[in-house]
Write a protein that binds this ligand. Structure first.
Ligand SMILES: [Zn+2]
Length: 114
């Protein structure tokens, strides 16, 4: 054990949270047919690389979907980004959108241990 914060581990954690969030988003989109209800705010997981982080970000499914059009982008609480592996491309008082220097795979299972 020399560096527990290796880049692959950081990326894996973020992919896991994103998959959890995508399940929430899909579930909501399947449930909701009324366009007004579609804008209900949901509590998405913070997608930062801290495995202990349990913060939530409040977004509508539409906002979330727009943020995640690009698979190298993640959404997290302001101040949770790690400058070594990602850069902040949009910052609001409620959340930050970061872009990874290396595009992570769509699925966590595709990540190989170093
Ligand atoms: Zn976080």
């Amino acid at each position: 054990m020399h560096d527990s914060l290796s880049e692959s581990r950081l990326a894996k954690n973020e992919v896991v949270f994103r998959q959890a969030n995508e399940q929430v988003q899909k579930f909501m989109q399947a449930q909701v047919t009324d366009s007004k209800e579609k804008e209900n705010k949901l509590h998405f997981y913070c997608e930062c690389s801290n495995t202990d982080c349990r913060e939530r970000i409040i977004l509508t499914p539409t906002q979330y979907g727009r943020l995640h059009k690009n698979s190298s982008q993640f959404v997290m609480k302001p101040g949770h980004s790690v400058a070594e592996v990602e850069r902040v491309i949009r910052s609001t008082s409620k959340y930050e959108v970061v872009e990874k220097y290396q595009t992570p795979p769509r699925s966590a299972s595709e990540l190989q241990p170093e």
